[in-house]
Design a protein around this ligand. Structure first.
Ligand code: PLP
Length: 398
């Protein structure tokens, strides 16, 4: 390597050397480059609800344009506390137990930076939403992965092995990261599974950090349970949620953490020095969003159920084996029937030759070989978008 390059390399921290840029977001860039239908990144291509867009416009017009309180505007924190009570029966003090951040993405990294010391371990179920790996490493913690295994038969559940989970917990474990409803598998953790995780958290004195941003996107009678609502978990859980998915506003960047005051104080400190605060007018609109009636959430879930069923049949007709999701808005598929070397070769072929972008399964595993025959598609798209994807995917059968 030339001497000049060596010197430049010295400017880059060792912290960023153990991970790559997001593969999901890279697939969106490739979709744009090749004019492909983008079924990779999880953002809706349909409009957000009128009422909340108007609330955002009004907030700007009313000059809610300066820094909000660092840990979140009062009206939004009050609304978050009301929602936690209404949906999960959890009583929250909005003054001392809520922190609003720039998306749940910032909540997760702020939380890990606030709770982890070098040498701590964080248990992560895999396949996992790809941010969790780099987030743990940036906070100095070592991730320990526990496999979610795909169902053997269509319509079955992704499951984990109880012994494997127990073996991942020891005296170095600081936290377990949960994501339910789950991206990318669509798994919704059952009460029994959550109780098992709760028992380990209590036994090993471990914190649960739970990403619940797909809370309202559920199918086939699945019920979302917040682990914080289980006996013994309220004081050892950070519950993460946000506006992005429930209100179709992924670009607004508003998310939040709910935790007992001692943990909240630590998260607030990190958040304050990372970003100062989330966008003030969009927090105001967030308070209006959280006041939408229950019928909104039912319609949201039903709209996604129809899209799920539509994409399930498109992908199945194209020859992919689909794992039917019970929540969130992704379909994980098995591509082994096609005989491609791996998921990356397959998704490159798909984006360049077929004109559809999807996410290689390997990006959801710490060992890429585990996801080498899996590919994730999202269905948070208009019917026309899904129909165009269907038309293009027909070429795959040939
Ligand atoms: C599980 C999960 N958590 C967090 C995020 C990002 O959420 P936000 O937009 O609130 O940062 C995503 C986005 O796809 C996700 O799938």
């Amino acid at each position: 390597m030339p001497e000049a390059d060596l010197q430049v390399k010295n400017f880059v921290s060792g912290r960023v050397e153990n991970f790559t840029e997001s593969v999901i977001r890279e697939m969106t860039r490739l979709a744009l480059l090749h004019g492909a239908v983008n079924l990779s990144q999880g953002f809706p291509d349909f409009p957000a609800p009128e009422l909340i867009k108007r609330a955002a416009q009004d907030a700007v017009a009313k000059d809610v344009n300066q820094y909000a309180i660092t840990w979140g505007a009062k009206n939004l924190r009050d609304a978050i506390a009301r929602q936690m009570q209404q949906w999960q029966g959890i009583t929250v003090d909005p003054e001392r137990e809520v922190t609003v951040c720039c998306g749940s993405t910032e909540v997760m990294i702020s939380t890990l930076l606030a709770v982890c010391n070098p040498g701590d371990e964080v248990v992560i179920f895999e396949p996992f939403y790809e941010n969790y790996g780099p987030d743990s490493r940036l906070s100095g913690a070592k991730p320990r992965f526990v496999k979610l295994r795909p169902p053997a038969a269509p319509g079955g559940e992704w499951t984990f092995d109880e012994k494997e989970l127990r073996a991942a917990f020891d005296c170095h474990t600081k936290a377990v990261i949960l994501n339910t409803p789950n991206n990318p598998t669509g798994k919704v953790f059952t009460r029994q599974e959550l109780e098992l995780i709760r028992d380990l958290c209590v036994e090993f004195n471990v914190l649960a950090i739970t990403d619940e941003i797909y809370e309202h996107i559920l199918y086939d009678g699945a019920r979302h349970i917040s682990i914080a609502s289980l006996d013994g978990m309220r004081e050892r859980t950070v519950t993460i949620n946000g506006l992005s998915k429930t209100y179709s506003v992924t670009g607004w960047r508003v998310g939040w953490a709910v935790a007992v005051p001692e943990i909240t104080n630590a998260i607030r400190k990190v958040h304050d020095f990372l970003t100062v605060g989330a966008p003030a007018p969009l927090q105001d609109a967030g308070a209006a969003a959280l006041a939408l009636p229950s019928s909104y959430y039912l319609q949201l879930a039903e709209g996604y159920r129809l899209r799920r069923d539509r994409l399930m049949s498109v992908l199945t007709d194209a020859g992919l084996r689909c794992f039917q999701p019970r929540g969130a808005y992704y379909i994980m598929t098995d591509i082994s029937g096609f005989g491609f070397a791996d998921d990356v070769v397959f998704t490159q072929y798909l984006v360049k030759e077929i004109g559809v972008a999807a996410v290689p399964g390997s990006s959801f595993y710490h060992d890429p070989r585990s996801g080498a025959q899996q590919v994730r598609f999202t269905f948070c798209k208009r019917d026309e978008t899904l129909d165009e994807a269907a038309r293009r995917l027909r070429k795959l059968q040939g």
